[in-house]
Design a protein around this ligand. Structure first.
Ligand code: ADP
Ligand code: ZN
Length: 526
């Protein structure tokens, strides 16, 4: 293998960038990464979705002798990626389960003959002894491990085959490895370093800020019509993705939007591969199509002009939220990340977590991730500051391009009300849902209240000065912020975090807008 001399390396890299891709310059840290990897070094690249990770291994693969081997879990996209490269004159191919045996042979021969610049390989294919033997005989320039967070059990995309990629440093210790991901929390990062033996390798961390995305979160009231108002008002005729939790709500939403004149197609794992492909193709090729989808949609989708990403249900974590919203505005033009959420969402997601079969430790980590997301939802501060802080990045000034910056919410000291709500929960025995607790607070003599004798409690009716929506808002925020937790049958109970509040040692400040009917807030905004 010939070493690339550093003096002419930059010139050659730029020449390739220009000649093959038609781009004038590298973006941000791309140049440093290309230099490092082309010179034979390892690297960890943390770059947000749309940041331009591909060039970080494609250009070095072209600069170095031999073939760049790209490990990617995105089988569905390999063909498109390879076709696009070929169109630019790059000798690219892929190996995955969609190829016939003769096709596999052909690719293998091309690899051995040194006739490939880039070879995309699915992880399960890479791990086959046949493939590993082949790679030992072939001229390999480097290994690029794309979507490297898939090695981590802590991430939301754990793939067991990725966990076995330690075979690369073991069998090919002298070949450069570049791991790339858009998911950057500390645990995931540590796992990547461990599995791929990248300790001591330089880490290239780009800013996660996506200044062109406007972040907004609203209370869920009439989600579908809120969504329709949003699309009609701000994104008529635009391409967008609407994320829903269940397959059923995906179907409902797509059907409903279409009936309202906003053309939408469904996408979820329950559809046939053919239907999914058609939806994906249409989304990529048509101008203003909306996809209603579960999280199954989007990994690796590279459509530059997605103008909005809407969440009708709460994502599971801040990472999930960031990745999903990050599919908007890859072209750098103004785009919107819009979400609605309500108490039922908080309760549902918490319950799903509690009921999962994951080991306790994993559950705790997941609960922490959800907490971070809920804090983000309830914040009265700049959302971008909260979001970036989660990824370890400090944004000095409020961004001016999120709902809290654009319409600063009034903050209300609700310490007394929070105490009332908490004591209603506790006095009714830490086991009733929000509806019953609200009845008690409002002093409603429902059948259930009377049967349980809850009309005799000192907290009965103490909250009559506010309405139902107000108490729902308080209970949601207490739950979001971890003072209450939801158990079986959505029953709420107070946690240790509630104690300082009850003792009057802590304040509870909440956004006023989440406690008032939407119409009132709208009027005030005018
Ligand atoms: P990621 O894998 O990080 O999500 P990609 O590698 O797919 O991002 O790049 C996102 C988009 O940015 C692509 O359309 C790509 O062609 C474009 N891009 C990347 N680097 C550059 C550059 N240096 N100049 C111009 N466009 C770039
Ligand atoms: Zn802001």
């Amino acid at each position: 293998m010939t070493a690339v001399s550093p003096t002419n390396l930059d010139t050659r890299a730029l020449d390739i960038l220009h000649r093959v891709w038609g781009y004038g310059a590298f973006r941000g840290v791309q140049a440093d990464i290309v230099r490092t990897v082309a010179a034979g070094g390892n690297a960890l690249v943390l770059m947000p979705t749309g940041g331009g990770k591909s060039l970080c291994y494609q250009v070095p693969s072209l600069l170095r002798d031999g073939t760049g081997i790209v490990v990617s879990p995105l089988i569905a996209l390999m063909k498109d990626q390879v076709d696009a490269l070929r169109e630019n004159g790059v000798r690219a191919a892929y190996l995955n389960s969609t190829l016939s045996l003769p096709e596999v042979r052909e690719v293998e021969e091309a690899l051995l003959a040194g006739e490939l610049d880039l070879l995309y390989v699915a992880p399960e294919r890479l791990l086959l002894p046949r493939t590993l033997d082949l790679l030992e005989r072939a001229p390999v320039a480097l290994f690029a491990i794309d979507e490297a967070h898939c090695v981590s059990q802590w991430g939301h995309d754990f793939r067991p085959e990725y966990g076995q990629l330690g075979v690369l440093p073991e069998r090919f210790p002298h070949l450069p490895r570049v791991a790339l991901t858009a998911t950057a929390d500390d645990r995931t990062r540590a796992d990547i370093l461990n599995v791929l033996h990248l300790h001591g390798a330089p880490q290239f961390v780009s800013s996660f800020d996506r200044p062109n995305i406007q972040y907004r979160v609203a209370n869920k009231e009439a989600p579908k019509s809120q969504l329709l108002d949003f699309i009609r008002g701000e994104h008529a005729g635009d391409a967008g993705i609407v994320y829903c939790l269940s397959r059923k709500s995906v179907e409902d939403t797509a059907r409903w939007l279409t009936a309202q004149g906003v053309e939408a197609v469904p996408y979820h794992a329950g559809l046939s591969p053919r239907e999914r492909n058609t939806a994906q193709e249409r989304f990529l090729n048509e101008e203003g199509l909306v996809v209603a989808a579960t999280v199954a949609f989007g990994m690796g989708i590279d459509k530059p002009n997605v103008r909005f990403v809407a969440h009708l249900d709460l994502p599971k974590s801040m990472e999930g939220y960031y990745q999903e919203t990050g599919r908007a505005g890859r072209d750098g033009l103004p785009s919107t990340a819009w979400m609605v959420y309500g108490l039922a969402d908080v309760v549902n997601v918490r319950r799903m977590l509690a009921q999962s079969d994951a080991p306790e430790e994993v559950k705790r980590v997941e609960a922490g991730k959800l907490d971070a997301l809920l804090t983000y939802c309830e914040t009265a501060a700049c959302r971008r500051q909260v979001l970036l802080a989660y990824f370890g990045e400090e944004l000095r000034e409020p961004c001016g391009n999120c709902d809290t910056c654009l319409n600063p919410p009034r903050v209300h000291d609700a310490t007394r009300e929070a105490q009332m709500a908490l004591s209603a929960v506790i006095r009714t025995g830490n086991r009733f849902g929000a509806a019953h607790v609200t009845d008690v607070l409002l002093g409603r003599e429902t059948e259930r209240v009377l049967a349980l004798g809850h009309h005799q409690l000192p907290t009965f009716g103490v909250g009559a000065g506010h309405d139902e929506k107000f108490w729902r808002g308080i209970l949601r925020q207490l739950t979001s912020l971890g003072h209450l937790t939801a158990g079986e049958h959505h029953g709420l109970s107070a946690t240790g975090r509630a104690r300082p509040l009850l003792k009057g040692e802590a304040e509870f400040r909440v956004r006023e807008d989440s406690l008032l009917p939407r119409e009132t807030v709208k009027r005030r905004e005018r």
